[in-house]
Design a protein around this ligand. Structure first.
Ligand code: SAM
Ligand code: SF4
Ligand code: SF4
Length: 365
């Protein structure tokens, strides 16, 4: 499958550009490609214990050099081609995306892309919130629609222990307020729950964000990468989380709004808003998974747990044309048969341990 050549003169100011349709893609299980997550840096100013533990990501850790990262021109080009293939939502992530210099300019370029029928995309970002108080207005002005901010605890001592860089939770809360004041929305808050670490915070977090404009989502601690020492016993099942919150504040389930939704949503019966639970371990959702990920150095991953990516940067820098890039993406998606979360249960701990996995900070969440 090929696109007509795309006018990708990325040095000009962002402008709305229509793409010729290449037709939507379907993988081996008939899943379309809708959501592209782009990791724009592998670096982070936090060392969350479940993601970039200091023992692995210490002073000697070899992060990527600048020339290894995809440039904004390259990211924009991949995004345009992916949109021609059916992508309707772009999410910038990392590492910490707000650390990438000029991130607002990238948001503006991506926000200028139009689907074949002239519709705007949804531009989202996942961030630790540490720089939001400074960056929120610029991100809004650039065209950022949605934001997910990670916040794992309201207890400052525990929050600092989890980010392991002594970053105070109050500054993340200020950043969330700044984003809301700037008009970015919806804003979702992600809490990764690890048993014995922050599961004591579940009810307190629910109570704090009930009745606010923010939707709190509880994420089961996952076995991404190989550095966090994951064990099944560390996972607090989503059902337990819902039961605990429901005992305090009765909840009713909400049906999925769109196919491929990662979170199962619940509404407070008294009108206090809603919560989400992302049960990637105990109740998987591979069947509707329409997400692809681009790593910081331009590899296309068709699953968060993929062992290898497809090197789009080599194609980009090797002089591939837009139709060639589009054809490469189409054939990668067409061959996709990933469903790791569904298979996880059948893997023995030994098999799981020997399977190479990509770090979340490299591939993006
Ligand atoms: N630095 C940004 C942040 O923390 O929001 C973006 C990148 S981070 C890798 C994306 C999301 O992945 C965050 O919400 C983070 O909490 C989540 N995450 C990281 N490691 C995880 C794990 N082992 N299990 C579940 N979620 C994880
Ligand atoms: Fe950084 Fe986000 Fe990973 Fe925490 S979860 S270490 S903030 S990339
Ligand atoms: Fe999608 Fe892979 Fe996660 Fe399944 S395990 S939901 S295929 S990213």
């Amino acid at each position: 499958m090929a696109t007509a050549p795309i006018d990708s003169d990325a040095h000009r100011a962002p402008r709305a550009v229509r793409l010729p349709s290449t037709g939507a893609l379907a993988d081996r299980f008939d899943r379309p490609l809708r959501d592209l997550r782009i990791s724009i840096t592998d670096r982070c100013n936090f060392r969350c214990v479940y993601c970039m533990p200091r023992a692995v990501f210490g002073p000697d850790y070899a992060f990527l050099d600048r020339e290894q990262l995809l440039t904004f021109d390259e990211i924009e080009r991949i995004a345009r081609i992916a949109v021609g293939h059916g992508v309707r939502k772009l999410r910038l992530t990392g590492g910490e995306p707000l650390l990438r210099r000029g991130v607002e300019d990238l948001v503006a370029r991506l926000a200028a892309i139009r689907t074949p029928d002239g519709t705007r995309l949804e531009i989202a970002m996942t961030t630790n919130g540490s720089a939001l108080a400074v960056k929120a207005q610029a991100l809004k002005d650039a065209g950022l629609d949605r934001l997910t901010v990670s916040i794992d605890s309201l207890d400052d001592e525990l929050f600092q222990r989890m980010n392991d860089v002594r970053f105070p939770v109050a500054r993340v809360l200020d950043g969330i307020d700044a984003a809301h004041a700037a008009g970015i929305g919806p804003i979702k808050l992600n809490m990764v729950v690890k048993r014995g670490l922050n599961d004591g915070e579940i009810e307190r977090m629910a109570e704090r964000f009930r009745g606010t404009p923010f939707t709190l989502r509880f994420i089961e601690y996952m076995d991404v990468g190989t550095s966090n020492g994951w064990a099944l016993d560390d996972v607090v099942p989503a059902a337990e989380i819902v039961e605990r919150i429901g005992a305090r504040f009765p909840l009713d389930p909400i049906p999925a709004a769109v196919p491929g939704e990662t979170a199962r949503r619940w509404r407070y019966r008294d009108g206090g808003g809603q919560i989400g639970v992302i049960s990637s371990v105990t109740d998987t959702f591979c069947g509707t998974c329409n997400r692809a990920r681009i790593s910081t150095e331009g590899k296309l991953f068709t699953c968060l747990f993929a062992t290898e990516g497809h090197d789009l940067r080599a194609l980009l820098r090797g002089g591939a044309s837009d139709p060639e890039l589009a054809a490469a993406m189409a054939s990668i998606w067409g061959a996709r048969d990933d469903r790791y979360s569904e298979e996880r249960a059948s893997l023995t701990p030994e098999l799981r341990a020997t399977r190479q996995r990509i770090e979340m900070s490299y591939i993006g969440g």
